[in-house]
Every structure is written in C-alpha cells, then in structure tokens.
Design a binder for this molecule. Sequence first.
Ligand code: HEM
Length: 193
Amino acid sequence: MSDLTFADKLKEQTRTVHDSVDNLVMSVKPFDSKENYINFLKLQSVFHRIVDDIYKDTTLNQAINDLAQMARYDAVLADLADLGQAKYQFAEPLPKPTGNQAIGWLYCAEGSNIGAAFLFKDAKEKLGFDEKFAARHLDAHPDGRGKHWKAFREHLNNLNLDENAQNEAIAGAIDAFEFYKATLRQIFHQAQA
Ligand code: HEM
C-alpha cells in the first residue's frame, strides 16, 4: 500500500466511482442527438466552471507548470456558443472546493481528458463535431493525451502531500465525481438514484 504514489492512490480509490460516472454518462446517450449533446455540454460547463478557479489558483500554478492553460471552461462555453447556446446558469449555488480537496477536484477534471478521447471520437463520428466546432473542450492536450497525463501525475506526486493531505484530496476527488453524477441527473431530468 505504501508503495503506491499519490497519483496511484487517486486512481485506485476513485476507480469504482469513475466507472459509475462512465456508465451514467453513456446511459443518457449524449451523442445520439444534438439536444442530448447540448445537455452534456451544460453539464460539462457546470463542472468546468467549478474547477476553473482551481486551474487558475496562483499557488497551484507555481507548483504545476502551465496549469492555468489547461482549464477548459472557456472551450466548453465556445462549444455551447457554436450550437447557439448562451452560457448555462445552474439553478443551485456551486461548490467551492479549497485546499487539498481542490486538488482532488483538479485530478478529476484533468483526468477526464483521458477518457475524452472516446467522447471526442463519438462526437466526431455521430454528430460531426470536432476541435474547431462544438467539441473543442474534448480535444487532446497538444502534447498528446497519454504523455500529458503522465506529466500531470508527476506534478501531483511532486506536491509532496502527507498522508492526511492525500486523503483529503482523495475525498475531494470522490466529491467531484459524485457532484458530476448528481448534476447529470438534474440536467438530464433523471430521478433515479
Ligand atoms: C462516458 C464517459 C467516460 C468514459 C468512457 C471514460 C473513460 C475513461 C478511460 C478509458 C480512462 C483511462 C483509464 C485507464 O487509464 O485505466 C479514463 C480515465 C479517467 N477519467 Fe474517465 N471516462 C468518462 C467520463 C469521465 C468523467 C465525466 C470524468 C470526471 C468527471 C472522468 C474522469 C477520469 C479520470 C480522473 C481519469 C484518470 C484515471 C487515472 O489514471 O488516474 N471520466 N476515463
């Protein structure tokens, strides 16, 4: 157990909740119609609005090179605008994660760009959207998804969080995934738990 890095622990301890998010997203068929895809973009906009402040946090930007440039909220808004949609206003106050919890939210958001390879492919094949129109925020990092993710995991490990801080971050990551699911259900009008 102690041989695991912080990034390894994040992955291992969020695997189950991640897979439930993956299944839930696919169950609402986001790429079956433009209407569904717009709902998916609204969901992404709520999530990325929350993490935008974390990506732009001054202290974290000193520890993680180019972190602010990795933020994708503006790209989600551009995707919505491509489809004639105004900025989506979520009815409820948004969470404002801070401290180590915020690092967990950041992990959740940045890691989502790995699985986004599949979503990008579907958006392109089923709806004809791409990095220039309506699927900008699903595009790969310029370094390539895999290479970028490896480097990002190193940054997380180099934060040198102690065990307590790591556990707070893992709890934050789980909150982020759970928030994503709850928001998805609200936006797609799904009542089931
Ligand atoms: C249908 C939707 C999704 C699919 C198909 C999907 C698929 C994947 C896949 C295949 C990976 C790579 C797993 C590996 O390397 O073993 C991954 C990683 C990841 N995904 Fe997803 N994902 C989806 C949605 C999401 C969402 C909505 C989030 C966040 C809210 C998310 C967060 C992550 C994170 C944090 C990782 C990195 C895991 C790690 O290596 O530590 N994913 N995803």
